[in-house]
Write a protein of this length. Structure first.
Length: 624
């Protein structure tokens, strides 16, 4: 009999457990298998089977304890471990099943059980902290970052970078508009309890910004000379910012709002000819964001130069006046402002600004549909290059009528062929809902869960286990509700549409439940941003090999990770140039596909880009 339980813990791995408050009696400890998260004043029993280890990690500001209890029962404590910030060494394995009690007094604690044999780590000879790319890690490695992401996700990280500026109390002031600012925000109360958003990079203070109207607001460093710790950016700048209650991210809504920066190199800190960088709603997502800009050719920002520079879609690079003070690659900045617009009602938390970061570019490549074109067109290419892709296939494509699926006995034979070739299968929903019925419009949490949970059971029953902790939203439709519900089913990373370039930082990726992607087959979808002689613009579509190659070059320049996918490959109307349009936004030609893959392979062999073996290879840092 359980006297009481709370419902505030995250259930992310198939647990059977009860979270209790101190003083509540728990007569029958439940067996925990998977991962659980405890928050302040919560505790839970964990039964550790023989041959497994218990992994425990505390977030920033955590105070807690792990007790190994007498397995025969009673309250005798055999061993204790204090939990603070970071990960404990793996506890175990032991002979016979052991019982533990995990208690969280402040912060948050994540605990997971795993087979001891999977807890080892293989390091390549080039491991050198943040100054050298990490070697391949095993999928079973359970060492976690404070964000809860596996350390293997840092494999591509080369340099952690330098902090340009923080957002401590008094460092920033209003420069335009009337933005309500909360200086010295921490996310903690005086007793150490987490009461809100805490710094992702461990800063002591952040700046909370809560705009009440949609007009443009600006802030600037109160004293630039001392507020900017690093002024020589060498063309790179990145902003850590958390966005809560993003306008338009409710079910059925359209996200709006943008965050921008103005940077100048003028001696008098004037912005007359300054660089402007905007991150629109194709870059800014609800939750954590690392908004990144990389300048390679400053002449592209000079009026009338005719020089072009490309950036990921949603990164709007420009310049005031002649752009003469926009060269942040070769000259030190003398002034900096941050602005936002269209975000009335949001809560925005500014963490820190960075430069000098570096990662190896990566690509995660797969398909959202499998058929007869798989063994004909793309499986031979992947086999020749020793690549492993991913397949995102729903149970069915719902058109009308009942959304409940009765027959779960069959599996797509083409999917099985890909899986047997070493590919992975990620969750792509039960019904592949679209239009007015799309996942992002659903207001019923249980209806959202139905689109995820049965599919996982189907694939597991069919012996296809690789990739099931990852999800790709049909038609990239999502909302804050669907992201939350899907995360609660145990999904570790979700692929949607926005923010096409994903950055690996020392703290992991910014937002694993909103990883952006693009469909190679679409000739009309948002493609790439550009600036030509100081004029901002963009180029739509993918479908041509030249467009795909161009984005691969941008990803290499940014050192980011790209998640492109395709639906179908065709030989019809293919002249062999790789530049033919198919007239169908779900198809690209055979030559476009072959030339794109060949170019990616060329970058891979040159060491400019890492090809990840599916979502698993990226998330855990495994494979080639």
């Amino acid at each position: 009999m359980i006297d009481a339980k709370t419902a505030s813990a995250d259930l992310t791995g198939g647990f059977e457990y009860f979270i209790t408050r101190p003083g509540l009696r728990l007569q029958a400890p439940q067996i925990a298998v998977g991962t659980l998260t405890l928050r302040p004043a919560e505790q839970a029993p964990v039964a550790l089977p023989e041959g497994q280890v218990l992994n425990v990690i505390g977030a920033v500001g955590t105070v807690g304890k792990v007790n190994r209890m007498d397995p025969s029962g009673g309250s005798t404590v055999l061993q204790s471990w204090v939990v603070g910030y970071g990960a404990l060494a793996a506890i175990g394995p032991f002979v016979g099943q052991q019982l533990f009690q995990v208690t969280c007094s402040a912060g948050s604690i994540t605990a997971s059980t795993q087979a001891a044999a999977l807890n080892s780590v293989r390091q390549a000879t080039d491991v050198g902290g943040f100054n050298g790319a990490r070697g391949p890690l095993q999928v079973g490695e359970v060492k976690l970052l404070p964000s809860g992401q596996p350390t293997g996700i840092l494999r591509s990280l080369k340099n952690a970078g330098r902090m340009v500026a923080g957002f401590g109390a008094g460092m920033w002031m209003v420069a335009g508009g009337t933005p309500p600012l909360t200086q010295g925000y921490t996310g903690y109360d005086a007793a150490g309890n987490i009461t809100g958003v805490t710094s992702r990079t461990g800063q002591a203070e952040m700046l909370q910004w809560t705009p009440t109207v949609a007009t443009t607001h600006e802030i600037k460093l109160t004293t630039f000379a001392t507020g900017a710790r690093v002024k020589d950016l060498k063309g790179r700048i990145g902003l850590w910012v958390y966005v809560d209650n993003l306008p338009g991210y409710e079910p059925g809504g359209t996200p709006t709002g943008s965050i921008g920066m103005t940077l100048t190199t003028d001696a008098g800190a004037a912005n007359t000819n300054a660089l402007t960088v905007g991150f629109n709603s194709n870059q800014v997502r609800e939750g954590w964001n690392f908004l990144k800009f990389v300048q390679r050719d400053p002449t592209a920002y000079v009026t009338g130069s005719g020089v072009t520079e490309y950036h990921p879609f949603g990164v709007l690079a420009g310049a005031y006046g002649t752009g003469a003070a926009a060269n942040i690659r070769d000259a030190a900045i003398t002034g900096m402002k941050i602005d936002l617009s269209g975000m009335a009602g949001a809560n925005i938390y500014f963490d820190s600004i960075w430069t000098d970061f570096d990662s190896q570019a990566q690509i995660v490549l797969g398909t959202d549909s499998v058929g007869a074109d798989m063994p004909t067109y793309y499986l031979p290419i992947f086999d020749a290059y020793n690549w492993k892709g991913y397949v995102a296939v729903p149970k069915r494509i719902w058109v009308s009528g009942d959304k409940v699926v009765s027959d779960w006995t069959g599996v797509n034979p083409w999917l099985k062929l890909a899986y047997d070739a070493g590919w992975e299968c990620i969750n792509h929903s039960t019904n592949h809902l679209g239009g007015a019925d799309a996942t992002g419009t659903i207001t019923s949490p249980s209806a959202i869960a139905y689109e995820v949970v049965p599919v996982a059971a189907l694939y597991l029953n069919s012996g296809m286990t690789r990739g099931l902790e990852f999800y790709a939203s049909p038609q990239s439709s999502t909302s804050r509700l669907s992201e939350k519900v899907i995360k609660g089913t145990g999904i570790k990373m979700q692929r949607h549409a926005r923010k096409i370039n994903i950055t690996v930082t020392p703290w992991g990726i910014d937002n694993p439940h909103h990883v952006g992607a693009c469909d190679w087959g679409s000739a009309t979808a948002g493609g790439i941003s550009r600036i030509v002689g100081g004029v901002t613009g963009s180029v739509a579509g993918w479908q041509k090999a030249s467009q795909i190659k161009r984005m691969a070059d941008v990803i290499v320049a940014y050192g980011d990770t790209w998640f492109p996918f395709w639906h179908g490959v065709t030989g019809l109307g293919d002249t062999g140039s790789g530049e033919d349009l198919t007239g169908d936004n779900l198809l690209l030609t055979k030559s476009a596909f072959e030339k794109s893959c060949a170019y990616i392979r060329q970058l891979q062999l040159a060491g400019s880009l890492r090809f990840c073996d599916g979502f698993t290879g990226f998330y855990y840092g495994t494979g080639q």
